[in-house]
Ligand binder design. Structure first.
Ligand code: GMT
Length: 376
């Protein structure tokens, strides 16, 4: 039996939006009918599918309301689509506001549509500390029919912070391996004026404080003191100005390429030798998986779900958070030793292929959906 599935996520750039959209695309390829119910077209929905529909949530601005009622409009749109299209289930990404909207939407629709909620991190690790939202997050989790989180670490944090009376199950993230694999983009090395003997270090993020881009830059400073190297900083966000300043202060402007937001990241990963993910909070670290699928080993911090993706000595290294010296030492050793490098690069490819393959993860979600529907 093929299912009719509504998907709600933050459709703009961000790991949760990427995973939700890729999941919708792969489910559509398996014959399910997918209805995205979001504020704008998910940015990764870049191809035509006959069985993917997009329902835009529109919020009108009324002078009597101080804030536009987006959450209510979303719940109303969910109810409308559930009823008109006969959806079997709503899969929402983020407890707040999406799970709560789905619960309200289900009540408005008056049907037995099932609700699957996936926790991605920020809804717990940031919002979970806000007492004005804790009760609503707990409600969203407890009233969902099934709750998943993208790592064991996130589940633990959810129980520690929110303590919901609900089982939560880990379903790891995945990437579309048809997109993320090694490509010959060596022309970029020339275009970026990267010399033949230079190693390329890459960091990709939204430059929020938790991403600790300053630690990436400081680590890179140490690396390039020992061996010829360039740093690619990809993305944009609130810390960008501070980072540009730091690069200047450290006198490494000529070695750091600030590339801003980019698509086709596989081309950048394919000219990179090492990825740094030195976050203070990270429930999974999708960007590490993207890099690994292109054969790039990663160094990450022992934070959140990062050690569930980066395995120390297998596909990279796990280092203590903020320990620039240790991270630099590991990076230099890895980049200087061809045999070790090859081992970890192969390890990275294998991790992406075996542990996080999209077929495996999408099947896990399908099983959850069918079990819920068959239960009722
Ligand atoms: O990391 C961000 O700032 C974006 C955020 C999001 O909601 O997209 O990412 C979260 O979800 C991703 C997909 O599951 C995870 O890979 C990220 O680790 C997680 N971010 C944090 O936990 C900080």
């Amino acid at each position: 039996m093929k299912l009719k599935i509504g998907i709600t996520c933050y459709p703009t750039v961000g790991g949760s939006g990427v995973v939700a959209t890729e999941l919708g695309k792969l489910l559509a390829e398996r014959g399910h009918e997918i209805h995205f119910i979001t504020s704008s077209i998910p940015f990764r929905l870049n191809k035509m599918y006959h069985n993917i529909y997009f329902h835009q949530v529109e919020v009108n601005q009324y002078s009597v309301f101080q804030y536009p009622p987006y959450d209510i409009a979303l719940a109303n749109k969910m109810a409308e689509v559930v009823k008109r299209e006969g959806l079997d289930l709503l899969h929402v990404h983020y407890a707040i506001p999406h799970a709560v909207c789905a619960i309200l939407g289900k009540q408005i629709a008056g049907t037995d549509v099932k609700i699957v909620t996936t926790l991605h991190g920020t809804d717990i690790t940031v919002l979970g500390y806000d007492p004005s939202l804790t009760g609503a997050i707990r409600f969203g989790i407890e009233k969902s029919d099934y709750v998943t989180a993208v790592s064991d670490a996130l589940i633990k944090q959810t129980y520690d912070l929110i303590n919901p009376d609900k089982d939560i199950h880990t379903v790891y993230n995945f990437i579309d391996e048809r997109e993320y694999h090694y490509v010959d983009s060596s022309h970029l090395r020339k275009e970026y004026r990267i010399l033949e003997d230079e190693k390329v270090i890459i960091h990709v993020s939204n430059f929020r404080g938790v991403k600790r881009v300053q630690d990436v830059v400081k680590t890179f400073k140490n690396i390039q003191d020992h061996l010829p190297a360039k740093l690619l900083l990809v993305g944009d966000g609130p810390e960008k100005t501070i980072i540009c300043q730091l690069v200047k202060e450290l006198g490494i402007e000529g070695r750091v390429l600030l590339l801003g937001k980019q698509d086709n990241l596989e081309e950048l990963y394919s000219i990179s030798d090492l990825k740094l993910l030195l976050s203070a909070k990270e429930s999974f670290g999708l960007v590490a998986l993207e890099a690994m699928a292109c054969g790039v080993p990663c160094i990450g911090t022992n934070v959140g779900g990062i050690p569930e993706v980066i395995f120390d000595g297998v596909n990279g290294y796990i280092c203590p958070f903020g320990d620039i010296e240790e991270i630099s030492k590991k990076a230099i050793a890895l980049l200087a030793d061809k045999k070790l490098y090859k081992k970890l690069s192969n390890g990275a490819l294998e991790t992406a292929r075996e542990r996080f393959h999209s077929n495996k993860i999408v099947e896990q979600y399908e099983t959850i959906y069918y079990d819920l529907i068959n239960e009722s």
